[in-house]
Design a protein around this ligand. Structure first.
Ligand SMILES: Cc1ncc(COP(=O)(O)O)c(C=O)c1O
Length: 367
């Protein structure tokens, strides 16, 4: 069996150790004679798995006690709709910082459902190559919350700071963050946020699961006309089991949290590894005459590294040869083209080294 190096943006590489453990536990979970996939979500074995995963996630991210952790479904995109339903109950407008395609989708969905939104700052003018600075973010007087995307997965554009969400009169409003492609890549000060949400299929586990971390005082801001399954209060009160949860994805997420704690040694250690991986790849890009990345240094993503080739005719051979060398999923998002290497937690330093060696060799031969 060969496991290739997988640079997919999502669903993304999972740690081999996690997959091996899942394999070993697949048919007969801990001597119970059945698979986790076949268990009742309300039975004591699955409830123990669910509780353990939450304890581990809380420990990894040092989540304060006044936050609820929800394990829900529908992809991060469903949260684009669930958020305004949960947070606009007392009126006001959703405010956004727009830094790329995912933020734009969140804006469009909110607009589609609730009409007017306020874009408090945007990096559209600079082609999403630099994130707006704090002083450029101007909320509306009626802001109900401020939403931003910590790491734009397609553009490879990442915030280098946590924005402050304050109305012009100085009133703070909840800060809401789509952290789908950067959660668990480094330690985080959760107390700065009202809501954090993340689709699982990058740094958490398989697709089919979404983690929402919500400050408990925000559970009372929901609109009355909200679909039941969107509701953070309902999910919190039911232990994320309003209906049948994505049990197997949830179990695998728990294995990933355990791997982060036991094998990696926590998020400070993970952040150091991620910093080395990104530094190696950006150095290879910046040091070459063939590859280029357009993002300003302070906002370069450590998770998703897009790059173009000076001669676009070389893109196809680059991808074909990379694949033949066991380097998979380097094609950029269909909306922007070019290349993209996603360096999530499960992508090893050896994988990045193999990629940069390949890039140097390709440039020597074809550049
Ligand atoms: C930052 C970000 N937000 C939202 C999404 C949408 O996630 P989903 O496909 O789970 O709805 C993605 C998907 O890649 C993403 O990268």
């Amino acid at each position: 069996m060969t496991r290739h190096y997988n640079f997919c943006a999502g669903p993304a590489a999972l740690p081999t150790a996690v997959l091996k453990r899942a394999r070993d536990e697949l048919l007969d979970y801990h001597g119970h004679g059945l698979s986790v996939m076949e268990m009742s979500h309300r039975g004591e074995d699955f409830v123990a798995i669910a509780e353990r995963s939450e304890v581990d996630l809380r420990e990894l991210l040092a989540i304060p006690d006044n936050y609820r952790v929800l394990f829900t479904q529908g992809g991060a995109s469903l949260q684009f709709a669930a958020l305004p339903y949960n947070l606009l109950g007392a009126g006001g407008r959703a405010n956004f910082v727009h830094t790329g395609i995912w933020g734009k989708k969140a804006i469009s969905e909110t607009r589609h459902l609730f009409g007017d939104v306020h874009v408090a700052a945007s990096s559209e003018e600079n082609g999403h190559s630099a994130v707006p600075r704090q002083q450029e973010i101007v909320l509306s007087a009626d802001a109900a919350y401020l939403h931003y995307t910590a790491n734009e997965t397609i553009g490879g554009l990442a915030f280098d700071y946590i924005p402050e969400a304050v109305r012009p009169d100085g009133t703070p409003v909840p800060l809401v963050c789509d952290m789908s492609s950067s959660i668990l890549s480094a330690p985080l000060d959760v107390a700065k946020f009202g809501v954090i949400y993340a689709g699982a299929q990058k740094n958490i586990g398989p697709a089919g699961l979404v983690v929402v971390i919500v400050r408990d005082d925000l559970l009372d801001r929901a609109r009355d006309d909200m679909p039941t399954l969107f509701g953070y209060r309902a999910l919190a009160e039911a232990g994320s089991m309003v209906n049948t949860p994505a049990t197997y994805s949830w179990y695998l997420a728990g294995l990933v949290f355990d791997w982060l704690k036991q094998d990696i040694g926590g998020l400070t250690a993970m952040a150091a590894i991620n910093a080395r991986k990104a530094a190696r790849l950006y150095a290879a890009i910046d040091g070459s005459g063939l590859y280029a990345n357009p993002v300003t240094l302070r906002n370069r993503s450590r998770m998703n590294v897009p790059f173009v080739l000076a001669d676009p005719r070389l893109e196809r051979p680059f991808l074909e040869e990379a694949e033949a060398a066991g380097l998979l999923n380097l094609k950029g998002h269909r909306s922007v083209g070019g290349m993209r290497a996603s360096l999530y937690n499960a992508v090893s330093e050896a994988a990045v080294e193999a990629l940069t060696d390949f890039m140097a060799d390709f440039e020597k031969r074809r550049g």
